[in-house]
Design a protein around this ligand. Structure first.
Ligand SMILES: *[C@@H]1O[C@H](CO)[C@@H](O)[C@H](O)[C@H]1NC(C)=O
Length: 188
C-alpha cells in the first residue's frame, strides 16, 4: 500500500490558489494523487491538517519562533497504524474536535494562559495575498498555509464522506492526542 510521507491538508480540497508567476503549490500533489488512482495502486492518503509544530508555536505569526507577548496579527476573521482495511483507498482525515480552532480561539486561549490580552491588528485577504506575492518562494510558505487555513478554511469546509474518506477520531477513539491548549501550555 502507498502511504506517502508528506501529510498536511488534502491538496484536492484547496480552493484554487495560484501565485502570480503561475506556481501552484498544491498542483504537483494533486497530479501524483490522480496518477496513483489511475494506476490502481492501493493507497491511504493521510490528511492530518496542521502538525502542532507548524504555525502553532508562533500562534500563526509568520517569522516568530514563540507566541507573541504584546501584539498579535489576526488573519481574517498521531501516529496512526494504517494497516487497516478501513483506510484502503481512502483519505484518512485527522480533525480531532478539540483541535479544530479558529485563530481567535487560539489567541483567546493564549491570552488566558499568559494572563494578558494581546493587542490585535487585522490583515485582510487582499493584503495577505499582496504579501504572499511580494515574498519569494519558499519564504512565503507560512503565509500560504495561513491563507488556506484561516481565510479559506480549506481544512474544514467539507464533510468527510464514506465514499472518499474516513474520520480518524471515529476510527481510533482510543488514541489520546495532544490538544492545542495542552501544546500552548508548553510555550507559556
Ligand atoms: C469525526 O468523528 C468524531 C467522533 O465521532 C466527531 O465528533 C466529529 O464531528 C467527526 N468529524 C467529522 C468532520 O465528521
Amino acid at each position: 500500500r502507498f502511504i506517502p510521507s508528506k501529510f498536511g491538508l488534502d491538496p484536492t480540497r484547496v480552493q484554487v490558489f495560484v501565485l502570480e508567476d503561475g506556481y501552484n503549490f498544491y498542483a504537483p500533489k494533486v497530479e501524483i494523487r490522480r496518477l496513483v488512482e489511475a494506476e490502481g495502486i492501493p493507497y491511504t492518503f493521510i490528511s492530518c491538517n496542521f502538525f502542532v509544530r507548524i504555525l502553532l508555536p508562533s500562534l500563526a505569526q509568520p517569522s516568530l519562533d514563540a507566541p507573541p507577548r504584546d501584539k498579535v496579527t489576526i488573519f481574517f476573521y498521531g501516529n496512526i497504524k494504517v494497516h487497516d482495511p478501513c483506510t484502503l483507498n481512502k483519505v484518512l482525515y485527522l480533525r480531532p474536535p478539540r483541535n479544530v480552532c479558529s485563530l481567535n480561539e487560539m489567541v483567546e486561549m493564549w491570552d488566558i494562559k499568559i494572563g494578558k490580552k494581546l493587542e490585535t491588528l487585522h490583515v485582510f485577504e487582499g493584503e495577505l495575498l499582496q504579501k504572499i506575492k511580494g515574498t519569494s518562494f519558499p519564504a512565503n510558505f507560512e503565509m500560504v498555509f495561513i491563507y488556506s487555513a484561516f481565510i479559506k478554511g480549506d481544512h474544514t469546509y467539507f464533510d468527510i464522506e464514506s465514499s472518499f474518506g474516513v474520520n480518524g477520531t471515529q476510527l481510533y477513539p482510543h488514541l489520546k492526542y495532544t490538544t492545542v491548549s495542552e501544546f500552548l501550555d508548553t510555550l507559556v
